[in-house]
Write a protein that binds this ligand. Structure first.
Ligand SMILES: [Zn+2]
Length: 183
């Protein structure tokens, strides 16, 4: 697909470069910078969708593929654009890589992604940017203990407490709710 100026500007209008940081406590995500979140429409798997014209017809394209083409050029036939960050709504070119279907399968297995992208896990879309519910010090202690002793993932904890994964990360790394000095 050829990327026209039109397409590129439709893409940039709805990209939020200030998305969540991939969980730095997960070895697969270390070193990744912030996700760029597509704030427009997404499909049922959480991939961004954008309407573009192709061969004179309007078609829906996936935004991470458009991002790849804007930054790196044409996607070779049969290749998929995969996410290092496992966030289907992300279009950060640093988080994308080309792979075959087999690579995608392997990546799922390595990262333990259940049922590929169709797992129950909620993608990190715009809806996750809600103001976190206020946590009590007890809950903060519980969160730290869950992470440290039970190795519960930050995303699981986030679901349990109704806060963002980024917030859980800030708590477990001690960047938020700093520990009170020992008495
Ligand atoms: Zn990302």
């Amino acid at each position: 697909m050829k990327i026209t100026k039109d397409k590129a500007s439709a893409f940039w209008q709805k990209i939020d470069k200030d998305g969540p940081m991939p969980d730095q406590s997960n070895p697969h995500y270390i070193g990744l910078n912030r996700c760029w979140i597509w704030t427009g429409r997404t499909n049922h798997n959480g991939y961004g969708r954008i309407s573009v014209s192709f061969d004179g017809k309007r078609i829906m394209a996936r935004t991470h593929r458009i991002s790849w083409e804007i930054h790196h050029g044409k996607i070779p036939d049969g290749m998929l654009v995969l996410h290092r960050c496992d966030n289907p709504a992300c279009a950060n070119p640093d988080h994308l890589f080309l792979g075959s279907h087999q690579d995608n399968q392997n990546d799922c297995t390595i990262k333990n992604r259940k049922n590929g992208r169709r797992g129950k896990r909620r993608p990190y879309g715009p809806r996750d940017f809600t103001v976190p519910r206020v946590l009590t010090q007890n809950q903060v202690d519980e969160i730290r203990a869950m992470r440290r002793n039970l190795k519960v993932s930050c995303s699981e904890i986030a679901k349990i407490y109704g806060v963002s994964r980024a917030m859980v990360w800030l708590i477990v790394t001690g960047k938020a709710w700093k520990r009170p000095a020992p008495v």
